[in-house]
Design a protein around this ligand. Structure first.
Ligand code: DX5
Ligand code: ZN
Length: 220
C-alpha cells in the first residue's frame, strides 16, 4: 500500500495560501477545512476561498465540511471543482441522498465520523461512499493531540471495508504526525490528513515524503 498524504491547509498561512500550496508539490491532495461556527466552535473559510484555491492549483482538493446542513451546502463544493467532498454524518439529514448527489456531480463522496460516533450504524451505507473519514481529534482546531481511543474503530471500519471489497478509502484527520501515523497505517488507514506536522516542519514537502514512507512501511 502506498499511503496518501493530504496536508491540511488549516495550518498554512491563510494570507498566502498559494505560496503554502507551492511548498508541498509532493502532496497527494490538499485538505481544505470548512467550518461554520455552528457544527464546530471555529470559523475558517467557505466557497469563495475554495474557488480561489481551485483557480491556482491542479492538485486534488479534499474538502472537509464541518458544517451544519451539509445536505444544502455540500453540492456547491463539488460544483466548484473539489474532487472529494466530505460531510459529517452527525450533521447530514439524508446521507445516502447526499452521497448520491455528490457522486452524480462527479465528485468522490466521503462521510466523516467524530470520535464518539460509531461506524456500525452506517455499515450498510458504505457502498454509497468513496471514502470514510475517522476523526482522531474532536473537529474544530488544528494542533490537537491524537486520540488513541479511535484506533479500535479504525480497525473495525477496515474490516467492514475489506468485507465489502471495492476501493473505499479510509482516512484519518487530527494529530497525525511521525509519532502517530504508523499506528493508523497498521490499523488499516490509507489516507492521512496532516496539518501542523506538515506546515510546522522546516521542509513541509520533505515531511510529506517522510510521513508517506512511515505509513507505507507500517502497512505492509
Ligand atoms: C480539525 C481539522 C483538521 C486539522 C488537523 O478539525 O479537520 O483537518 O487541520 O490538524 P492537525 O494535523 O494539526 O491535527
Ligand atoms: Zn479536516
Amino acid at each position: 500500500m502506498t499511503a496518501r498524504i493530504m496536508p491540511s491547509l488549516l495550518s498554512a498561512d491563510f494570507a498566502n495560501l498559494q505560496a503554502a500550496i507551492e511548498t508541498i508539490p509532493g502532496a497527494d491532495a490538499l485538505h481544505v477545512d470548512v467550518m461554520d461556527y455552528h457544527f464546530v466552535p471555529n470559523l475558517t473559510l467557505g466557497l469563495p476561498v475554495v474557488e480561489a484555491i481551485r483557480a491556482v492549483t491542479p492538485a486534488m482538493l479534499d474538502v472537509h465540511l464541518m458544517i451544519s446542513d451539509p445536505d444544502r451546502w455540500a453540492p456547491a463544493y463539488a460544483e466548484a471543482g473539489a474532487e472529494s467532498v466530505t460531510f459529517h454524518v452527525e450533521a447530514a439529514a439524508a446521507p445516502v441522498r447526499l452521497a448520491r448527489e455528490l457522486r452524480h456531480q462527479g465528485a468522490r463522496a466521503a462521510m466523516a465520523l467524530k470520535p464518539a460516533t460509531p461506524i456500525e450504524p452506517y455499515a450498510d451505507l458504505l457502498p454509497e461512499l468513496d471514502m470514510v473519514l475517522i476523526m482522531t481529534v474532536e473537529p474544530g482546531f488544528g494542533g490537537q493531540r491524537f486520540l488513541d481511543l479511535c484506533l479500535p474503530k479504525i480497525e473495525r471500519t477496515r474490516a467492514l471495508l475489506d468485507r465489502l471489497g471495492g476501493d473505499v478509502w479510509l482516512q484519518v484527520d487530527g494529530g497525525v504526525s511521525v509519532e502517530t501515523i504508523e499506528r493508523c497505517a497498521a490499523a488499516g488507514v490509507d489516507s492521512f490528513v496532516a496539518g501542523s506536522s506538515v506546515f510546522g516542519a522546516e521542509d513541509p514537502d520533505a515531511m510529506v515524503t517522510e510521513l508517506r514512507r512511515l505509513a507505507s512501511a507500517a502497512a505492509s
